[in-house]
Write a protein that binds this ligand. Structure first.
Ligand code: C2E
Ligand code: CA
Ligand code: CA
Ligand code: CA
Length: 279
């Protein structure tokens, strides 16, 4: 059938309107959702390639919406950023993650690091260091088991303020990792100015390492760079044995990806940790 341009256009605007109203309803619902307890933290294991065990977990937030079901962060985090809801939401994720990590230790599980995403707006809170210390104190978690993930975009503005904050975080004894490495603009100058504990190689580079020689070369270069600067290197989005094999040969320190596990709820994650303890 011949394409009708007008119908296509009408379809397109209807879709746009639907999206705009979805957006508004998400924004309006988010604050209530937080107080109603509709958000939940999932955990994705981070596995050491030297001994194959879980050494950490990234905390990834999910929204259990009463009507729409499980909403992935891709749908609400950008809206939360624009409406500044990411500040209370991010602080809640931080507290909840510390609480669970401390609970697992008290339950006798091997201690792991919990990695929490920190949005640029959170870094601009004047009392961020107090909030972090408070989350650790309330949970009873040693600072060395908390890692905060920041992306390169955080230093696009107000570099001095951000650097001061990052140094303050390190002084608390909390670890810092540079997330989505390679996707931003300021990668190298950023690395020179601040000593991160960990570099997370973005999954867009990892995807084709076993088939694309350019991606393979980039990942090896990033690993080398990280090591030279004294950082540990984690590869994100590892889905296949072939990728794993490549990363092992390239001496990546740790991996995270669907090959080992998707992000899962706290209870199954705890079981995973427990099973590995019996090995
Ligand atoms: P991110 O920080 O880069 O998190 C990694 C994302 O990659 C997660 O998506 C995870 O589920 C996904 N992933 C992990 N392994 C694989 C794999 O092997 N293959 C593929 N295709 N994907 C994989 P998720 O959970 O949907 O989160 C998306 C983004 O939302 C995160 O990207 C992060 O930027 C943001 N986000 C999630 N939770 C929070 C939070 O609590 N605070 C903030 N500020 N941002 C968050
Ligand atoms: Ca992350
Ligand atoms: Ca990432
Ligand atoms: Ca990302």
């Amino acid at each position: 059938a011949k394409n009708n341009g007008r119908n296509n256009y009408q379809f397109f605007t209807a879709d746009m309107n639907a999206r705009a109203s979805e957006r508004l309803s998400i924004e309006a619902n988010m604050r209530d959702a937080l107080s109603r307890g509709e958000f939940e933290v999932y955990f994705q294991p981070q596995v050491s390639l030297s001994h194959g065990k879980i050494i950490g977990a990234e905390a990834l937030v999910r929204w259990n919406h009463p009507e729409q079901g499980l909403i992935p962060p891709g749908k609400f985090i950008p809206i939360a950023e624009e409406s500044r809801m990411i500040v209370p939401l991010g602080n809640w994720v931080l507290r909840r993650s510390c609480e669970l990590a401390a609970q697992w230790q008290r339950d006798g599980l091997p201690p792991i690091t919990v990695a929490v995403n920190l949005s640029p707006l959170q870094l601009h809170q004047a009392n961020l260091l107090e909030l972090i210390q408070e989350a650790l104190d309330i949970a009873g978690l040693d600072a060395k088991y908390l890692e905060l993930e920041v992306t390169e975009s955080v230093v696009m503005q107000e570099v001095e303020h951000v650097m001061t904050m990052l140094h303050g975080i390190k002084q608390l004894g909390v670890k810092l990792s540079l997330d989505d490495f390679g996707t931003g603009y300021s990668s190298l100058s950023y690395l020179k100015r601040f000593a991160f504990d960990k570099l997370k190689v973005d999954q867009s580079f990892v995807r084709d390492i076993s088939s694309d020689p350019n991606d393979a070369a980039i990942v090896l270069a990033i690993i080398g760079l990280g090591k030279t600067l004294g950082m540990s290197v984690l590869a994100e989005g590892v889905e296949t044995e072939a990728q794993l094999e490549f990363l092992c040969r390239g001496e990546t320190d740790s991996i995270q990806g669907f090959l080992f596990s998707k992000p899962i709820q706290a209870e199954p994650f705890k079981k995973l940790l427990m099973e590995q303890k019996q090995l």
